[in-house]
Ligand binder design. Structure first.
Ligand SMILES: C[S@@+](CC[C@H](N)C(=O)[O-])C[C@H]1O[C@@H](n2cnc3c(N)ncnc32)[C@H](O)[C@@H]1O
Length: 223
């Protein structure tokens, strides 16, 4: 878990107003404030119980008027616009819903726990400029998507499915994630499944094997 939070923090950039939606523990806002990376930070969570952890961690910054806790769904309770938004640990579909009901700020950093393709499709349609979009981790694998709201090009279907940087310059975590997913699909296929589920799984397996093959070759060529 520590590795995930460190990787996310290492991609946080300077901002005037930073917001961490779904902050839970509040480590990322602490990172921003301690390093003087933002003027003020909003820590927001739909659960008052989760937010309590962040409030405790950041009590001195809250007392100084640099950090503001908000209990709300998504960006709804934020009293001003942020210029850097972090949403980590929520599903891709949920992140899209939050953005649709709120807005896409100038800079963003997202770490979707699942369905990253939904988020990529949304960002691509919005014309967002993606700076980083790849998989990281050891054992558990996560997607990280960082960028700015404007100036990007449309993603291809494959980029949406797999992540732009995973295709352009694959790294070990992506390769390991593909292998783990393939194993999972193969073991599902041994079960008693409906014809529809079996066909869907086979389609996913075939697409996955194609990317796995490419990734293997690219990694081998690079040495
Ligand atoms: C898995 S934790 C992730 C915490 C932290 N962002 C991280 O990456 O380590 C998800 C947090 O998001 C909060 N959450 C879920 N849906 C939310 C929503 N729609 N708006 C705000 N917070 C939400 C949950 O209450 C929980 O505290």
């Amino acid at each position: 878990m520590a590795g995930r939070i460190e990787t996310i923090c290492s991609e946080l950039s300077e901002a005037r107003v930073f917001a961490d939606v779904g902050c839970d523990h509040g480590y990322m806002a602490k990172y921003m404030l301690e390093r003087g990376l933002c003027e003020r930070a909003y820590i927001s969570d739909v659960s008052a119980k989760s937010l309590k952890k962040a409030e405790l961690l950041l009590k001195d910054e809250i007392a100084r008027g640099r950090c503001f806790p908000v209990v709300a769904d998504g960006m709804k309770g934020l009293p001003e616009r942020c210029d850097l938004l972090l949403i980590a640990g929520l599903g891709g579909e949920e992140i899209v819903r939050i953005l649709e009901e709120g807005y896409l700020p100038q800079k963003f950093l997202f770490q979707p726990m699942k369905n990253p393709e939904k988020l990529r499709a949304y960002l691509s349609a919005k014309g967002a400029k993606i700076e980083r979009d790849d998989t990281f981790g050891t054992g558990y694998f996560y997607d990280l998507i960082k960028g700015e709201s404007r100036g990007g090009r449309r993603y291809t279907e494959r980029e949406i499915l797999w992540g732009r940087d995973n295709l352009a310059s694959p790294q070990e975590p992506f390769y390991r994630k593909l292998k783990a997913e393939k194993q999972k699909i193969l073991s599902y296929l041994e079960r008693d499944l409906s014809e529809t589920s079996r066909d869907e799984l086979k389609k996913r397996r075939d697409a996955l094997e194609e990317v796995l093959y490419e990734t293997e070759n690219r990694l081998r060529d690079r040495g």
